[in-house]
Design a protein around this ligand. Structure first.
Ligand SMILES: [Zn+2]
Ligand SMILES: [Zn+2]
Length: 264
């Protein structure tokens, strides 16, 4: 990255049902989306990924599930940054974390600024109090993120159109999920319109939203028991070939390791 070609980077520190955290950063500042790892683990991954923690200005929360907020309170305290969440998400987190401290409350649908970026939270269908995905704008760049998604609603597809970079979930392989040892109730939850996107559903979403502007994709939140990273890789490559879009770079985010920064 050179200063005459400024870019915004997205670094997935880890993703899956055991923990999620993503850093969006420029040369001068950045923020975390979710803090689903312990503060120690999250800081270790940032350090390894080459992200200076003094760049972080905020932690923005997508929803209250443990895999997104496990390290939230301690991370915010240690990094000395404010937490941003919508009212119902903040209330849900506070029920478990009494001394969460002050939360900057945003309303789904209302954009706000963190450092150089504009953040636009939008409602997504998922079984939490008021879950959101995000569109991040920086100069003329647009990044779309939606990692826990029961189905691709019209609003989701509308928001994720014309992004330079998309981070969407590709959670499970339907057959692996059906064959898994998981209790029937949990399988139903995952498969419901407020659960998670299967690999096939994720590809359908991408077929609806990809346009000539999109150059990078990150497939996230893959289940470790009901999916395989190779399957996600295979389905995205087949999908992109079918669309004649081999120009798009696709990456699969992992649970146990961070993904090198994708710059746009
Ligand atoms: Zn969730
Ligand atoms: Zn999740």
């Amino acid at each position: 990255m050179t200063s005459d070609n400024p870019q915004v980077g997205v670094t997935v520190l880890g993703s899956g049902s055991s923990g999620n955290a993503i850093v969006v950063h420029t040369e001068t500042d950045g923020f975390l989306i979710d803090a689903g790892f312990s503060a120690r683990e999250l800081k270790r991954r940032m350090r390894e990924a080459g992200i200076d923690e003094s760049l972080i200005r905020a932690i923005i929360v997508s929803h209250e599930h443990g895999d997104h907020v496990r390290g939230l309170r301690v991370c915010a305290k240690q990094l000395q940054v404010p937490i941003y969440a919508n009212r119902r998400t903040a209330d849900a987190i506070r029920q478990r974390e009494k001394d969460l401290g002050q939360v900057h409350v945003f309303a789904s649908g209302n954009p706000f600024r963190v450092g150089e970026c504009q953040v636009e939270p939008f409602s997504i269908p998922h079984d939490a109090n008021d879950p959101v995905g995000f569109v991040i704008r920086w100069h003329d760049r647009k990044i779309g993120l939606a990692t826990d998604l029961g189905h691709a609603s019209h609003l989701v597809c509308y928001q994720l159109k014309s992004c330079d970079l998309l981070v969407v979930e590709s959670n499970h392989d339907i057959q692996m999920l059906s064959r898994s040892e998981r209790p029937w109730s949990l399988k139903q939850r995952i498969l419901s319109r407020h659960g998670h996107l299967s690999n096939a559903a994720s590809m359908e979403l991408l077929q609806r939203v990809l346009d000539e502007r999109t150059k990078h994709l990150v497939l996230a939140h893959a289940s470790q028991e009901c999916n395989r990273y190779e399957l996600v890789e295979e389905s995205i490559q087949t999908c992109l070939a079918g669309l004649g879009r081999e120009d798009i770079s696709a990456y699969v985010a992992k649970q146990d390791s961070w993904l090198p920064t994708v710059w746009v």
